[in-house]
Ligand binder design. Structure first.
Ligand SMILES: [Zn+2]
Length: 367
């Protein structure tokens, strides 16, 4: 009897653990099925609903029309109702709120793992592309950890050793020493160091670019020229970056920032805003073209905050006489739009806080 009882218990246990195992296996399979191989996060800095209205009115048909999932995101930081780009970038990249001005650090100074670091640690290729200096707050939040966003020379050191596969944008002066076209007082030539570490370095607009390997492409001393004053678009830079990153078998994660949408807001300049939004559309188009071919890429288009408190008015039905009204020249706490396309896009629908979106992104990186 005893043996039968033991057998029965054993069988119950075995069946239970078998079923649990099956359930886990199915869950893992399902997660693997649904989790994207690649993630491209496109951030329109300062792009609120007003800016999006200008974009749609100006463009008519646009890439975002193809995104099946939409939502809104609150952007407040830990210590401020109105966030700065560093705290917002940190929330998106780490999943944690922090104080304004801090870059991928908690208020107590402890380091927060960024999305690109977590992806890199899983063998994925990672990269950033921005129209500001690559050491500016948003890209910095994905590849460095400093208490103050103004520490761009320190950010450059950390980016140089981050292991990122692609770094594209402006900001040469933060990588070069004084006397050699740079502003570094420590004498370090980070570009030379990165070349030694295997990076191809380019600074021309139409350079001979490698078709594989790591790329540091710094097209300006500080920020890139504004979109209507340079002969190339953000979309071109994104295309090059994707063609390099997509060679990694384990997949890739790329952060793209339309940095100067924010600056158009700070200067209440509608003409500049239109040019920057058109440029950002080029980046979304390039990312979408890849995602449509690839079918395993999640695209997320969002902003880190709104800038200027922009509302759009006009009398013509087609918006041809639209006019922007700004409430001031700084960031606001307005919610910002969020669009998703591709595997796992559904989880981004609805209303989120900015740090929650960061946590959702981390959750898509499987162990
Ligand atoms: Zn910003």
């Amino acid at each position: 009897m005893k043996n039968i009882e033991i057998m029965r218990r054993f069988n119950t246990f075995t069946i239970a653990s078998f079923l649990t195992g099956m359930f886990l296996a199915v869950s893992v399979l399902r997660a693997q099925e649904e989790a994207p191989k690649n993630i491209i996060l496109l951030i329109g800095d300062g792009m609120g609903v007003g800016q999006l209205t200008v974009m749609k009115t100006m463009l008519g048909d646009m890439s975002l029309d193809a995104f099946p999932v939409g939502g809104l995101m609150t952007t407040s930081s830990l210590d401020n109702f109105i966030t700065c780009s560093a705290a917002a970038g940190t929330a998106l990249s780490t999943g944690y709120l922090t104080d304004n001005g801090m870059v991928a650090l908690a208020p107590d100074g402890s380091s927060l793992l960024t999305l690109l670091e977590a992806a890199r640690d899983r063998g994925k290729a990672v990269g950033v592309v921005a129209t500001s200096s690559v050491t500016h707050a948003t890209p910095a939040s994905f590849l460095s950890h400093v208490p103050r966003r103004s520490q761009q020379f320190e950010i450059a050191i950390q980016m140089a050793s981050s292991g990122a596969d692609v770094i594209v944008g402006g900001g040469r002066r933060f990588f070069l020493p004084e006397g050699e076209d740079g502003g570094r007082k420590d004498g370090a030539n980070l570009i030379a160091e990165m070349r030694q570490a295997g990076y191809t370095y380019a600074e021309a607009h139409a350079p001979e670019l490698p078709d594989e390997g790591k790329l540091l492409w710094l097209l300006a001393d500080d920020a890139l020229p504004r979109a209507d004053e340079r002969p190339y678009g953000l979309g071109e830079l994104v295309e090059v970056s994707i063609s390099l990153l997509s060679q990694r078998e384990e997949g890739f994660v790329l952060m793209v920032e339309g940095s100067q949408i924010d600056w158009a807001g700070h200067s209440n300049d509608i003409a500049m805003l239109r040019a920057e939004l058109g440029d950002f559309e080029g980046a979304i188009t390039a990312a979408l073209a890849f995602a449509e071919r690839d079918q395993r890429t999640l695209l997320l288009v969002t902003a880190d905050h709104e800038t200027g408190g922009l509302s759009v008015v006009g009398t013509a039905a087609d918006g041809s006489d639209m006019e922007g009204k700004w409430i001031w020249d700084d960031h606001t706490a307005d919610m910002v739009p969020l669009f998703a396309y591709g595997p796992s896009s559904a989880i981004f629908g609805g209303l989120h806080s900015i740090d929650h979106v960061g946590r959702l992104l981390h959750s898509l990186l499987l162990p």
